[in-house]
Design a protein around this ligand. Structure first.
Ligand code: MSP
Length: 515
């Protein structure tokens, strides 16, 4: 039976063009999606754009476009970026789509009927310029924290979500589901926040027009977060009137919501409370990753240091860029992006270590066996612990410890390059052909294993490597069977007459302009 695996990225705001921050979450999700597919799961990988609210309407006004034309244009930029970066999403949802708005409206009415949504008065500090409310704690020197202008005390009629009712159920849920708040170093911040007391949440606005109107009270539009979070159930087909029925129930609950650390609270407090109110099961895990700075500084448009993924992919190749983002820092920790470090890893790890291992193996097989991979029934020294390695790789992927997957693969690469250096196959005499066969078959097998472990990170390059190893089948299709045999500690022998292809190096070394 195939398992279903549902994972999501946040919906990105369309008042910003995609940068490495957005690329990071989406690439990480893509790596996990590809690994799960390779393990035989039926994956539903969702991403999209968050398109409502005053800020987005203001951004549209600046360009002179209608909000819908504006959001569609930026959403298309996101789609284009994901195509360039090889993102294999299954669905892309825009919150302005009718299929989403209908769910938001129906959920709102449903919760109004159950009493979890009620009408009251909202009062806080309002900035006319930003069309936003701020709490006293958010103000900076009693001014708007966003634009620095004066704020005024305002009141408006608003609908509220009864968040306070879910304080104890949330705490009980966290206690019973240790994976829900991930990684574990983020648990305390959420538990302390919830314990300190939850207030009901204002979830409608009358001063904003670009949003989803409340059906029974159209002067109100739904608050953007309440609207956007519902994408995780609207996209897989939730119908509030029907409840948790197929096809939605085949996908829901989500296995992982991947988010940046700054929006962890929305996803681990408000979102699960909304789901409890709807009587739906909760996602299995919300994982918060860290933030990138750029050469030590916060990334911002005004500083002009925003890293454009298009440029990085052009310069270093999509695969090397994807690899770097997940190699440089443990997933869950903050990191600092520098092109110097990207180039360093590109040359040392991809061109030298991986590229050389492939080049040496292919060259030796070509020179000594006319390209045909020697087949010997010899015991494998390098992969004698293959089932243990595969178990560690599995565990690392499942823990979203992508850096560990890369580290384990990298050690295998280093071990193999060292093995070649020590065995010095080029020194073997013609009567030692059998020994040579064994060494080369071992290296070939390691390379084949690495193709499988690394292809979620570098799908293009690993396909290239797969072809250079003379494999004819598609890597993604053969992957599930291969992983099964790896788990048993077996690696299938090459087929008779399977021939390696000697060509250009996998990663061309690049000149180091920082040296
Ligand atoms: N629209 C909300 C999310 C709604 S989800 C229902 C939002 N959008 S956003 O455009 O600001 O994107 C936020 C996400 O982008 C973060 O959670 C993170 O995944 C990613 N990043 C944006 N800048 C980042 C860095 N500098 N570093 C790492 N990731 C960051 O919040």
């Amino acid at each position: 039976m195939t398992k279903n695996f549902y994972l999501t990225t946040p919906l990105y705001y369309v008042n910003d063009v995609p940068h490495i921050g957005h690329a990071y979450t989406t690439i990480a999700a893509d790596v996990l999606a590809r690994w799960k597919r390779m393990n035989g799961s039926t994956v539903f990988f969702l991403t999209g754009t968050d398109e409502h609210g005053a800020k987005i309407a203001a951004a549209a006004e600046k360009t002179g476009e209608s909000p819908q034309v504006f959001v569609d244009r930026i959403a298309a930029e996101y789609r284009r970026m994901w195509k360039v970066l090889g993102i294999s999403y299954d669905d892309f949802i825009q919150t302005s789509e009718p299929r989403h708005k209908k769910v938001v409206q129906d959920v709102f009415e449903k919760l109004k009927q159950t009493g979890d949504v009620y009408k009251g008065m909202y009062e806080d500090w309002y900035c006319v310029h930003d069309e936003s409310y701020f709490s006293q704690a958010e103000l900076i020197n009693n001014k708007c924290p966003s634009c620095g202008r004066d704020v005024q005390r305002l009141q408006e009629e608003s609908y509220f979500f009864r968040l306070s009712k879910y304080q104890e159920p949330l705490l009980a849920y966290y206690a019973a589901h240790s994976e829900f708040l991930s990684p574990s170093h983020r648990v305390n911040e959420i538990i302390n926040f919830v314990r300190s007391g939850l207030r009901d949440l204002s979830i409608s606005r009358t001063r904003v027009s670009w949003g989803v109107p409340v059906v029974s009270d159209p002067a109100h539009v739904v608050y953007v977060w309440f609207d956007a979070l519902l994408n995780y159930i609207s996209a897989p087909g939730y119908v509030p009137a029907a409840g948790n029925t197929a096809p939605f129930s085949d996908r829901w609950p989500a296995d992982v919501h991947l988010v940046g650390k700054e929006i962890f609270r929305f996803h681990t407090v408000i979102w699960p409370a909304m789901l409890m109110a709807l009587g739906l099961p909760l996602p299995k895990r919300v994982f918060a990753h860290g933030w990138w700075t750029v050469e030590g500084t916060k990334m911002s448009k005004s500083l002009g240091n925003v890293v454009d993924p298009h440029k990085m992919a052009e310069e270093y190749g999509v695969d090397a860029f994807r690899y770097f983002l997940l190699r440089e820092v443990p997933f869950g920790a903050d990191g600092d992006f520098s092109e110097k470090s990207l180039l360093g890893r590109y040359n040392a790890e991809l061109a030298n270590n991986l590229g050389n291992l492939l080049q040496r193996t292919v060259t030796l097989i070509t020179k000594n066996f006319g390209g045909a991979i020697p087949i010997t029934p010899a015991p494998s020294r390098l992969l004698s612990d293959l089932s243990a390695i595969t178990a560690r790789i599995d565990a690392a992927y499942n823990a979203l410890a992508f850096h560990d997957v890369l580290e384990i693969s990298f050690s295998l690469m280093i071990r193999t390059n060292k093995y070649i250096d020590e065995e010095a196959p080029w020194k073997l005499t013609p009567d030692q052909k059998e020994k040579l066969s064994i060494i080369l078959l071992e290296c070939f097998s390691v390379l084949k294993t690495l193709c499988v472990f690394l292809s979620p990170f570098m799908p293009g390059k690993m396909n290239e490597m797969w072809e250079k190893l003379g494999e004819r089948s598609s890597l993604t299709e053969t992957g599930p069977k291969l992983i099964e045999s790896f788990r048993k500690g077996q690696i299938p022998l090459p087929s008779t007459g399977q021939t390696v292809i000697k060509g250009e190096p996998l990663f061309m070394r690049k000149g180091d302009r920082w040296k």
